[in-house]
Design a protein around this ligand. Sequence first.
Ligand code: SF4
Length: 224
Amino acid sequence: MVRQDKIAYLVTAFQLEAQDFPSSSEPPLDCMIRTVLSQATSDRNRDNSYRSLRKIFPKWKDVAGADTGQIETAIAAGGLARRESATIKNVLVWTENRFGDYSLRELTDWETEDILETLIKIPGIGIKTASIVACFSLNRNVFPVDVHVHRILSRMGITSRKLNPDQTFYQVDPFIPVGRDRELHISLIAHGRSICRPGNPDCSGCLIAEHCDYANHKNDWIEC
Ligand code: SF4
């Protein structure tokens, strides 16, 4: 069961009604490759890898024509270069086969459900990456859930701690207020980095502690 009341509480607590983060104009294919490069590394390493990739291979066609070893060398600044190079190649080959070009712009006119269902068919692409592209590049009302967002939602008791991030996405996405997906995702990522850290959450300094199951030793977190 999803605690919709606590989702509403988060929107109020983070003052999301008063916020309107600027939308991104990054093309969806660029957004997808950048997201692939973000696995298990910092934003800085991700951006360094992305810059290096674009410098060595200015066009996506050039990356598609390279072998995975060359791609791996270009993105070595990231954490999982071998796996990511294979996924990047898969994404580019799939995109060219599907749309006849190295572009995902055609998705702009698609229904959101069709976008997500289609993108997760690309080998190596899961619902987290697909939802980030839909939310941040295609400006859809989709709420991406990564490990950090999942950690806070489960500690709050909005969803069960027994779920994984992908399961949490499918549970909570329908209940995020329309137009607040991006803002809530960004706010939770920032909260997870500064306060609700993985190992030592600063519950005494947390503005949402009053309604947090972890902080109050309730439900899934009784023994903690
Ligand atoms: S009270 Fe603690 S566990 Fe709960 S959201 Fe805040 S920092 Fe995280």
